[in-house]
Design a protein around this ligand. Structure first.
Ligand code: F6P
Length: 322
């Protein structure tokens, strides 16, 4: 019997629990013994490693977050702690790891693999959708649906009170969440770090819209330009002549029941990851693009900057063309 483990690293996403469930079931089906590493790389260092079975994953498919916890480990960046992690894996006879995380987590794992030969397969998991080489990261669809619900609710009050709302989404330096949310929630304005903007360009158009009866505005702003929110809200008041409020959606975007799409993607990502390890792929990341699933090296995934999809950027331009 060969042993295989799974861990979550970095910001949790809805979709990790369905992935953990399928990991246990698919591993057993393939004749492997599954283990959980609790609390990410911290748990590797502290030997929080436990064998897992069917009962451990019963009733978790519909839950957000991660049953096995996550962390951002500073210690794992240090050689001596990585050696401790390797010693712990040896105690459990584990030499294969499935890692749910972002590009930083994969870079850490690559170093670990090169030092200690622990094979791994990464599954891109971040609501930011900012990993190069894959068009989809686990958790993004659930986050987008949470944002959609939030914006729908804000619209109720915005329309009742006749206000402009500046709504801030997460995503670090990546505007994906803001852009897709703006397009699918009918926002009037969307500002993201990837696209330079001048508020002045929208003035005439927005003022005219108010004259023609528009009562409220929805502006979706990416985290990467959150510093500007105050300025944008003020601009609505002073230049467009409409009362404004700022709404920071924050960590609600990381929670919620995983959507059908994320449950399905969790299933497929995990099957591909375990298959890769069984086929002796030593250090790769499962990616998903238009042409389906593929395996990519760390260089292709974690050492390049992601790029926003051109068709989305084009839609943003169309949406805001004034
Ligand atoms: O990377 C996921 C993410 O939710 C980002 O969108 C956000 O900037 C960050 O993590 C928040 O980190 P923390 O949970 O440590 O506050």
């Amino acid at each position: 019997m060969k042993n295989i483990a799974i861990l979550c690293s970095g910001g949790d996403v809805s979709g990790m629990n369905p992935a953990i469930k399928h990991f246990v079931e698919y591993s057993i089906k393939k004749g492997l013994t599954p283990f959980f590493v609790y609390n990410g790389y911290e748990g590797l260092i502290d030997n929080k490693i436990m064998q897992a079975n069917y009962e451990d994953v019963a009733g978790i498919i519909n839950k957000g977050g991660t049953k096995i916890f996550s962390s951002r480990s500073k210690r794992f960046m240090q050689k001596e702690y990585r050696a401790q992690a390797k010693a712990n894996l040896d105690k459990h006879n584990i030499d294969m790891l499935v890692v749910l995380g972002g590009d930083g987590s994969f870079r850490g794992m690559e170093v670990f693999y090169k030092e200690h030969g622990i094979k791994f397969c990464g599954i891109p998991s971040t609501i930011d959708n900012d990993i190069a080489g894959t068009s989809y990261c686990l958790g993004v669809d659930t986050a987008l649906n949470v944002i959609r619900n939030a914006i729908d609710s804000i619209r109720d009050t915005a329309s009742s009170f006749g206000r402009a709302f500046v709504i801030e989404t997460m995503g670090r330096e990546c505007g994906y969440l803001a852009l897709v949310s703006a397009l699918t929630s009918g926002a009037e304005l969307c500002l993201i770090p990837e696209v330079p903007y001048r508020l002045q360009n929208y003035e005439n158009n927005f003022q005219k819209q108010i004259q023609n009866g528009r009562r409220y505005f929805i502006a979706v702003i990416a985290e990467g330009i959150a510093d500007e929110s105050q300025k944008i809200a003020q601009w609505f008041e002073e230049k467009i002549g409409i009362e404004s409020r700022i709404s920071i959606l924050g960590h609600i975007q990381r929670g919620g029941n995983p959507t059908v799409y994320d449950r399905l993607m969790a299933y497929k990502f995990v099957s591909h990851a375990i298959d890769a390890l069984l086929n002796n792929q030593t250090n790769s990341v499962v990616c998903f693009n238009e042409d389906g699933f593929s395996y990519k090296s760390i260089d292709e995934v974690a050492k390049r900057k992601y790029r926003l999809d051109n068709t989305l950027l084009k839609s943003l331009k169309e949406m805001q063309d004034v």
